[in-house]
Design a protein around this ligand. Sequence first.
Ligand SMILES: [Mg+2]
Length: 261
Amino acid sequence: MFKAAIIDLDGVVWLGSKPIESNIEFITRAMESGVDVVFLTNNSTRSRRVYSARLRSLGIEVDESRIINSGYSAAKWLLERFGECRVYPVGEEGLVEELVLAGHTVVTASDAPRYADAVVVGLDRGLTYGKLRAAVRAILNGATFIATNLDHVIPVADGVDPGAGAIVSAIERATSRSIDFDAGKPGGWIMDLAFRALGNPPRDGVVVIGDRIDTDVEMARRYGVRSILVLTGLTRAEDLKNIGDRLTNTTVVRDLSELRI
Ligand SMILES: [Mg+2]
């Protein structure tokens, strides 16, 4: 069994606006029996404060210090690397909130090309040509180019939607530049933040629970911790053929009700 769990949100706790009851029930039981839990998501559209409230409404009581999203991860990386910055965000409210809470100044699209020290790109369902232009011009003028994550798609209740990685690619193409930093899964930085939130426990007592092989399972593999892949989100049973040794330290379950606590 495990002492601590790093749990994904999209595809594990909910699909779009739909809660995944079987998984929620397991998570609640695990927390009641003393498993230390941190939630870790590549989704930057909502702030940790909002995720905390949403989890509470589903019966999962968790402080926002136990929630790490990729917007917080990007804001924290910028702060520890460069101090407080002027940032142009391509993203939604949640990303802006995390940047401001970390002490950064958010600049407008018209100021971005001249004043932005960094451009942080996350999922933005209100993306416009003007936002792309501001980001591209700021980067061409020397701003640091940060991705909150490179997910190509995100699972939603009726299929998949384009992810932050699709927006990052558009900006990389226009600038002929690659990102300077990826703040999301499967990178090590966001995992470092999750471990910090857990108080840096020994790795063999920690498990990552997620619905994606390219992010959750891959991050756990790189970090040397076990993972549990749930088939309630993006990954389907048929995707598990021909993936070689990527699932060596991974338990695959249809949903978390298959696990005992
Ligand atoms: Mg997920």
